[in-house]
Design a protein around this ligand. Sequence first.
Ligand code: ADE
Length: 337
Amino acid sequence: MTDKKPHSLSPQRDREDEQEWTLRPQQLDEYIGQEEIVANLRVFLQAARERQEPVDHILLSGPPGLGKTTLASLVAREMGTQLRTTSGPAIERPIDLLVLLNSLRPKDVLFIDEIHRLSKVVEEILYPVMEDLAFDRVISKGMKKGAVKHKIAPFSLVGATTRGGSLSAPLRSRFGILFHLDYYDAAALQRIVVRSAGLMGLSIDDGGAHEIACRCRGTPRIANRLLRRVRDFAQVESAPMIVQELARVALDKMGIDRAGLDRVDQRILDALIHKFDGRPVGIATLAAAVHEDAANLEEVYEPFLLANGFLIKTPRGRVAGPQAYKHLNMPIQSELF
Ligand code: ADE
C-alpha cells in the first residue's frame, strides 16, 4: 500500500511510468510552472522548518497530470522527511489507516491520492487524527470495554483530489493549506519538454518543444508522453533532432490536433455538435455516445474542454462551446450562449 505506484498490466506502460518518475523534479528549485503555489509553499515549508514543526496539512486539487504527486514528494524532500503514499480506495478498512499512521515518524508526509474516494468511516477517523494527532482505539478485553486515546507522531497529511468540489466540508476544513493546480501555459510546458528531453538524452529545438507544448492539453504528464512518442518517430526516421515539422507530423499522425485535442475529445465535440445537434446533453448520455466511462469523462476530459471554451455546462446539460465551433470552422449553432 505504501511507496508504490498502482500496478499496470503492460510492461511498456510500467517502463513509461518508471520513466515518468525519473523526469519529475527532485527539488522545489527544479519545479517549472505553478509559480504562485511554489512561492507560497516555499514560505510555509521554511516557516515550519524554523519552528521545527511539520508543515500544516495540505490539500492539492486539480485535473490529473498537473503535478500533485510531485508536489507531495517535494514537501517531504524539503522537510527532510519520509514520504508515505497511499490512495483513498486503497484504505479499505479503518485498520489499514491505523497501521499506516502508526508507522509514521515525526514530520513525515502521508500522501493520500484520490482523497475524495475515502470511505465515510475512514474519513471520520481522519478528523481527530488531523486535529489532535489522536484516534480512539476500541478495546474489548474480557470485562474491559471502551476506547483509549492513541497518540500518533506529528505529521503532515497531503491530500490530492481531481474533484475538489466533492470533498466533504468537514474534511476540507481540516486542511490548513489549500492549493488548486491549473493547466500550465505553453511557455512553462516548453521549458518542461526541453528539461525532459535533456534528461532523456534527446536533441530538440525550440520549435519542436513548442509544438509539443501547444498540443499537450496544458498537462506536463501528457507533454512527457508525447515527447516519448515523437522521439519514436525521430528514431525510426533517423532524424538527428526533434524539430517543429517532425513534431507536427508525428502528432498529426497520432490523431492529436493543433489544439491538443485527442480522439476522445474530438468524439465529444462531434457528438455534441452533430449527434445531438447542439442541444444540451446529460453526462451519462454523452458518455454512452463516446463510449467512455462517465467519471473518466468528468475528471479527465471535461476540465480541459471547459477551461478552454470547447464545452459549456448549462443547467440543462453540456453543450459545445464557441471555441468548439471555431476550432471546427463551423458557424455557431447553439442559441444557449
Ligand atoms: N516534469 C513534470 N512536471 C514538471 C514540472 N512542473 N517542472 C519540471 N519538470 C517537470
